[in-house]
Ligand binder design. Structure first.
Ligand code: T3D
Length: 270
């Protein structure tokens, strides 16, 4: 249940590295280590996963927004610990990958509101969201090769699918950052706004999503996830199965009634 009734992100005693706010069916999670451009340390990775899962469980939450405090969105892995003795496979398998999967699987729309620079796994995090909106000065810096690492947290797949092999390699090997405008042109970013307008535009988008047919939105997200890997036959079968679920929801009945009565539907999210 949404226990916190406020419309801006504030310190939450449950979290050390996040601000969190909830109202109107929207949970806003703000990465809050601005002195490190919101780099992901172990605590933040754990807390962000917990926040996404909690929002997924809360039946009153109908949209999730992820953004950053200060001038950055997220600078990827926290590098302040140095390069020695890092357990890359374990950390990726146990911490980053579950976070990316949770964002992809949570049956509610997730909006990344990219307020500034994103780098490394911060780019992966932004593009794991369902809809990405960005400030004009936001930029997407691959960063991995610069410190002799490889892309992770899903970025290879995202970029190859969005840009194609050669442009993805140009970005990843050339360490060529994408501006917000370039990411928009590539279809990775839905819309770009002046910095001062980003929060308002994000809220308008989240409100629209949160007043939509939440069940059908969650099932549509599941279909899109499945369609990325499925054959046509598999995709058709999953569509049929999930349409059966959506078609039994109260929001579908409301949508049909509103159509017949020539009025706007009022979706309750069920
Ligand atoms: O072990 C694992 O976790 C495995 C997983 C790896 C996945 C990854 O994400 S690898 C990639 C890690 N990230 C990076 O390599 C990015 C490093 N940062 C940068 O390249 C630049 O900071 C930016 C391009 C993001 C922004 O540049 P700029 O000039 O706008 O800011 P800045 O001056 O470089 O940074 C501002 C502060 O943030 C600065 O602190 P200071 O000097 O003011 O006290 C800087 O040290 C700090 N900061 C930036 N990025 C990180 C960071 N602190 C810790 N970790 C960071 N990643």
């Amino acid at each position: 249940m949404l226990s916190r009734r406020y419309n801006r992100a504030v310190p939450d005693p449950a979290y050390e590295t996040l601000l969190s706010g909830a109202d109107a069916g929207i949970v806003t999670v703000t990465l809050n280590r601005p002195e490190a451009l919101n780099a992901l340390n172990a605590v933040m990775r754990r807390e962000l996963l917990a926040a996404v899962k909690a929002a997924g469980r809360d039946t009153e939450v109908r949209a999730i927004v992820i953004t950053g405090a200060g001038r950055g969105f997220c600078a990827g892995a926290d590098l302040r610990g140095g390069s020695g003795e890092r357990e890359f496979r374990r950390v990726l398998t146990d911490e980053y990958n579950p976070l990316i999967e949770a964002i992809r699987r949570v049956p509610k729309p997730v909006v990344a509101s990219v307020n500034g620079v994103a780098a490394g796994a911060g780019v992966s995090l932004a593009f794991a969201a369902d809809l990405v909106v960005a400030a004009t000065e936001a930029r997407f810096v691959p960063a991995f090769n610069r410190i002799a690492l490889v892309p992770d947290s899903g970025l290879t797949r995202t970029l190859v699918r969005a840009l194609g092999r050669h442009r993805a390699l140009e970005v990843l090997l050339g360490e060529r950052e994408l501006t917000a405008a370039e990411a928009h042109d590539a279809g990775l970013v839905a819309a770009v706004f002046p910095a001062d307008d980003l929060a308002g535009a994000t809220r308008a988008l989240a409100l629209r999503l949160a007043s939509g047919p939440t069940g059908a939105i969650g099932l549509t997200k599941r279909l899109v996830n499945a369609a990325e890997d499925a054959s046509l036959a598999e995709s058709l079968a999953v569509e049929a199965a999930l349409q059966d679920v959506a078609g039994r929801g109260a929001d579908h009945a409301e949508g049909v009634a509103a159509f017949a009565e020539k009025r706007e539907p009022e979706f309750g999210g069920r």
